[in-house]
Design a protein around this ligand. Structure first.
Ligand code: NA7
Length: 544
C-alpha cells in the first residue's frame, strides 16, 4: 500500500556501469531524484565483472571514454592504446568520485522485480532483501553483455577442479601456475586470455567450436604526443564519432570497395592495416560488410596470416575461420593469440566436428579421448542484449513480462522503449546501434536523449510515456530490413541470439550507423516525441 512506500524517486536506475553512472549524473543536475541499484560491489559494470587475464577494451582508450566533461577528458591520462580492464575500472571509480555519484548508488543490491501500477502510473521496484521503492520512471542500464552464460555441458557438475567464467571472474587473483587448464570458447574473451594463461599454466588446451577472425591489437604505451593529438582535437574527434563514423569510432573512412583495387593494391592496403592493428582493419574498404566477394578478400588475407604465423599446418588449418564472413561475428583484437599455438604447452582441440561428449572429474572428453585438466575456463559468452532485462521480474501493462512480449525476438521502438512498458527506458537496448558501436558514444547519446525527454515531460506536466505499438512495429521491421541488406545475419552470432539454444534468431542491434540513428532519434524528439504516446496525470489512460 502507498503508506508502506517509504521511499519514492523520480527515477530508479538499474546498474552502475558507464550507462547508469552518466544517467545518474545527468538526472541529478536536472533536479530529478534518482537512485541506482547495482548488483556488484562497485561501479564499472562490464569492467567490474570481466577481470579475466588479458581483459582489455577493443576500442582505443582515448575514444572509449566519456565526452560529457571537458575537464575529465583533458585531465585523465590513459596509459595504453587499449586500456586494460583494471585501468578502465580505475577510470570508472575516478568518475564516481569526481562527480560524487556514490551517495546515490546502492551496491550489492539486485533489482528483483519492477511492476507497473496502472492506477498510479508508476513502478514498484523490489530490491534484494525484499524492500520495495516507488519510481515514476525506471531506466535499465543493465548492459548488453552482462548475463554470463555457462553452457549446459554433460557432466560439468562432476568436475573436481575450479570452473571460472571470463564474464564473472573472481576478485582475488587466480594462479594457474603448474596447472593444466582447459579453455572453452574462442570469442574475444577466450582469444584475449589464452596467451596470458598459456604463459602461466603447465599446459593450456583450447577447445574451439568456431574458429574466429582476429586482428593484432599492436597495443603500446601512449606517448604525451599521442594523448595531446586527441586532447587538442577532442571536440572535432567526438563530433565525428557521434555524427559521421558508422560505429562511433573516429577513424579514416573507406573511400572505395575491395573489388575496385587490384589484388596487389588490396594486399598492400590490408597489410598496412594489419601492421597498424585494431578494428580499423575492417574499414579498409566500404563494402566488406555488404558484398561477399569483397569480404572474401579480407577473410583470405587473415587466413593467410594465420598460416604464416602458426607453424603446425594442421593447427593453422583448424584456426582458419571458414564458417562466417569476416566481421559478421564481432571481430577479435588480440595480442599474440595465433602465435600462442606455437608454444609447446598449448594444444587446440576441435569441438565442432566432435562436440564435447562429457566433462568428467578431471578431463574433457572429445571423440572418446580424455583431455586431462585441473581447471576450466569458460569463455562462453553472454545471453546478449536481452538476457539481463529478462532476468529482472518486469511486469508491464496487464502483468506482461518482456519475455512474453519478446518471445519471437526483442521488440522496441528505437531501442529505447517497448510498448506495454510505460515509463521504462532501456539504455543501448536491442534495436539501437549499441554493441555495433563504441558503447560509450551510444550510452551518452541515449542518456542525453532520455534526460531531455524527462525534462520535456516535467515541463509539460506529462505523467506517462510509452512506445506506440504501430511505431514500434515499423521500427522493428526497419531494423530487420537494414540488417538483411548486409552479410551480418549470415553468421551464427550473439548479435543474432544464435549462441543461446532456443533464443529467437533476430538480428538485435541497429546496423544503420550511429550518425543516422542519432538523427532519427533527434527528429522524433523534435516532432514532440513522434511514435510515443504521452499522457497527463489527470487524463484517463488510453485503451491498448
Ligand atoms: P562470445 O564472443 O560469445 O564467444 C563465446 C565463445 O564460446 C565462442 O567461441 C563460442 O563458440 C563458444 N561457446 C559458446 N557456447 C559453447 C558451447 N556450449 N560449447 C563450446 N563452445 C561454446 O563471448 P566473449 O565473451 O568472447 O565475447 C563477447 C563480447 O565481449 C565480444 O564480442 C566483445 O564485444 C566483448 P561459437 O562461436 O558459438 O561456436
Amino acid at each position: 500500500s502507498p503508506a508502506e512506500a517509504s521511499e519514492a524517486y523520480d527515477v530508479v536506475i538499474v546498474g552502475a556501469g558507464f550507462a547508469g553512472m552518466y544517467m545518474l549524473h545527468r538526472l541529478r543536475r536536472l533536479g530529478f531524484s534518482a537512485r541506482v541499484y547495482e548488483q556488484g560491489g562497485g561501479v564499472g559494470g562490464t569492467w567490474y565483472w570481466n577481470r579475466y587475464p588479458g581483459a582489455r577494451c577493443d576500442v582505443e582508450s582515448m575514444q572509449y571514454s566519456y565526452s560529457f566533461s571537458e575537464e575529465l577528458q583533458q585531465e585523465w591520462d590513459w596509459t595504453e592504446r587499449y586500456a586494460p580492464q583494471a585501468e578502465i575500472l580505475k577510470y570508472a571509480n575516478h568518475v564516481a568520485d569526481r562527480f560524487d555519484l556514490r551517495r546515490d548508488i546502492q551496491f550489492d543490491t539486485r533489482v528483483e522485480r519492477a511492476v507497473f501500477d496502472e492506477q498510479t502510473n508508476g513502478w514498484s521496484v523490489t530490491i534484494s532483501g525484499g524492500k520495495t521503492v516507488e519510481a515514476k520512471f525506471v531506466v535499465l542500464a543493465t548492459g548488453c553483455l552482462s548475463n554470463a552464460r555457462k553452457p549446459d555441458i554433460k557432466g560439468l557438475e562432476n568436475f573436481k577442479g575450479p570452473v571460472y567464467h571470463t564474464g564473472n571472474w573472481p576478485h582475488e587473483p587466480v594462479d594457474f601456475t603448474g596447472l593444466r587448464v582447459g579453455l572453452i570458447g574462442t570469442g574475444s574473451s577466450g582469444i584475449q586470455s589464452a596467451p596470458i594463461i598459456a604463459e602461466q599454466a603447465k599446459h593450456l588446451t583450447v577447445f574451439q567450436r568456431t574458429a574466429n577472425f582476429s586482428i593484432p591489437a599492436r597495443n603500446a604505451t601512449l606517448t604525451d604526443e599521442e594523448r595531446d593529438a586527441f586532447r587538442n582535437n577532442y571536440s572535432e574527434i567526438r563530433r565525428f564519432a557521434r555524427e559521421v563514423a558508422r560505429n562511433g569510432i573516429y577513424a579514416e573512412q573507406p573511400d572505395r570497395g575491395a573489388l575496385d583495387d587490384s589484388e596487389d593494391d588490396r594486399h598492400a592496403r590490408y597489410g598496412a592495416r594489419w601492421d597498424r592493428g585494431g578494428l580499423t582493419f575492417m574499414y579498409a574498404y566500404n563494402n566488406l560488410g555488404l558484398d561477399l566477394a569483397a569480404n572474401d578478400t579480407a577473410a583470405d588475407y587473415v587466413r593467410g596470416k594465420i598460416t604464416e604465423i602458426v607453424k603446425d599446418a594442421s593447427t593453422a588449418k583448424l584456426l582458419q575461420p571458414n564458417s562466417h564472413p569476416i566481421g559478421t561475428k564481432r571481430i577479435c583484437i588480440d595480442t599474440d593469440y595465433f602465435a600462442t599455438f606455437n608454444r609447446p604447452n598449448v594444444s587446440l582441440v576441435d569441438i565442432k566436428t566432435n562436440p564435447i561428449e562429457e566433462i568428467t572429474a578431471n578431463a574433457v572428453r572429445v571423440a572418446g579421448a580424455d583431455h586431462e585438466v585441473d581447471a576450466l575456463v569458460m569463455a562462453t559468452g553472454f545471453d546478449a542484449m536481452t538476457g539481463s532485462v529478462a532476468r529482472i521480474g518486469i511486469r508491464g501493462r496487464g502483468g506482461r513480462t518482456p519475455n512474453q512480449k519478446w518471445a519471437e525476438g526483442p521488440k522496441t521502438y528505437l531501442g529505447l522503449m517497448s510498448a506495454g512498458f510505460p515509463n521504462l527506458f532501456i539504455i543501448t537496448g536491442p534495436g539501437s546501434p549499441s554493441v555495433l558501436s563504441n558503447m560509450i558514444v551510444s550510452i551518452e547519446q541515449h542518456v542525453d536523449w532520455i534526460a531531455d525527454c524527462l525534462l520535456h515531460m516535467r515541463k509539460q506536466g506529462l505523467a506517462t510515456m510509452e512506445a506506440d505499438g504501430g511505431a514500434e512495429d515499423k521500427w522493428v521491421a526497419h531494423v530487420n530490413e537494414v540488417a538483411h541488406g548486409t552479410l551480418y545475419p549470415q553468421a551464427n552470432s550473439w548479435y543474432m541470439g544464435a549462441n543461446i539454444p532456443g533464443k529467437p534468431r533476430i538480428f538485435m542491434p541497429y546496423i544503420g550507423g550511429v550518425g543516422v540513428y542519432r538523427r532519427i532519434c533527434d527528429e522524433v524528439a523534435g516532432k514532440g516525441y513522434e511514435g510515443f504516446v504521452m499522457t497527463r496525470a489527470e487524463q484517463p489512460r488510453r485503451v491498448v
